[in-house]
Design a protein around this ligand. Structure first.
Ligand SMILES: *[C@@H]1O[C@H](CO)[C@@H](O)[C@H](O)[C@H]1NC(C)=O
Length: 203
C-alpha cells in the first residue's frame, strides 16, 4: 500500500465514516483504520485466511511459471477485492465467506461451486459482506445475525488474523476471545496497471 493510500484514509481518524457517494471504486484494498494495535495494517490473504500486518509482503499470490516467463503476471502484491465478497483475480471465483469458527476465508480459484459442497464452506455467509464506497475512502463491513463488523485476533509476530465480530468466534490456537480487538475496515480504490486485468492471477 502506497503512502498516498494511507493519506486517503486520514479522514477516518476520529470520524465515524465517510459519506457514501455514487463514486463506486471498481476494486479496492482494505486497511484497518480504528485506533489501536492494528491501525493502518493492510488486509492480506494467505492460504485462504485473512490477516492484518504492518507494511507490504503479507499477501500470498500465485502466477503460473509460463505466464511469468511471458512477463504477463499481474502485480499480485496487494490483497484486492473487486466487490464486497470477491477477490480480484484473473482466475475467477475466489469468494470471501465466514467459516464455522467465524474466521474470514476465501474459496480457492475455480473451486467456488465445488467448495459449496464441502461441509465447512457456507458461501451464503458471503451475503453479509458490504462495501460502502466513499469519496476518497470507503468502508468494508460485515453484518449478519448476531454479528457486527470485524475482529483482529493476535496470530504471531505482530500479525493478526481476521474474524467477524461474533461472541462465538474461535481465535487461533485456543486463545481467548478477549485477546481480539474490533476494528473498522477502511477501503481505498486500487489502481490497476494499464497492462493488467486483475490485481493477481490467483491468491
Ligand atoms: C505489465 O508490465 C510489467 C512491466 O513490464 C510486467 O512486469 C508485468 O508482468 C506486466 N503485467 C501483465 C499482466 O502483462
Amino acid at each position: 500500500m502506497k503512502p498516498s493510500s494511507i493519506l486517503a484514509l486520514a479522514p477516518f481518524l476520529g470520524v465515524a465514516c465517510a459519506q457514501p457517494t455514487e463514486n463506486k471504486p471498481p476494486r479496492f484494498d482494505v486497511v484497518a483504520v480504528s485506533e489501536g494495535p492494528v491501525q493502518y495494517y493492510a488486509l492480506a490473504q494467505s492460504s485462504s485466511f485473512f490477516y492484518l500486518g504492518q507494511g507490504d509482503g503479507n499477501t500470498d499470490s500465485f502466477c503460473p511459471p509460463k505466464i511469468e516467463k511471458a512477463g504477463r503476471c499481474p502485480p499480485g502484491k496487494d490483497t484486492v477485492l473487486k466487490d464486497a465478497h470477491t477477490l480480484d483475480t484473473v482466475v475467477p471465483g475466489q469468494i470471501i465467506y465466514v467459516d464455522s469458527n467465524y474466521a474470514v476465508r476465501a474459496t480457492g480459484p475455480n473451486s467456488g461451486a465445488d467448495d459449496e459442497d464441502k461441509d465447512d464452506i457456507d458461501v451464503s455467509t458471503s451475503d453479509g459482506f458490504k462495501h460502502i464506497p466513499g469519496d476518497q475512502s470507503g468502508q468494508w463491513d460485515y453484518q449478519a445475525d448476531g454479528v457486527d463488523g470485524f475482529l483482529a485476533c493476535p496470530y504471531n509476530n505482530g500479525i493478526y488474523q481476521v474474524y467477524v465480530n461474533s461472541a462465538d468466534a474461535k481465535p487461533p490456537r485456543g486463545q481467548k476471545l478477549d485477546t481480539c480487538v474490533p476494528f473498522t475496515a477502511g477501503t481505498v480504490e486500487y489502481k490497476l496497471p494499464a497492462n493488467a486485468t486483475a490485481a493477481a492471477w490467483q491468491y
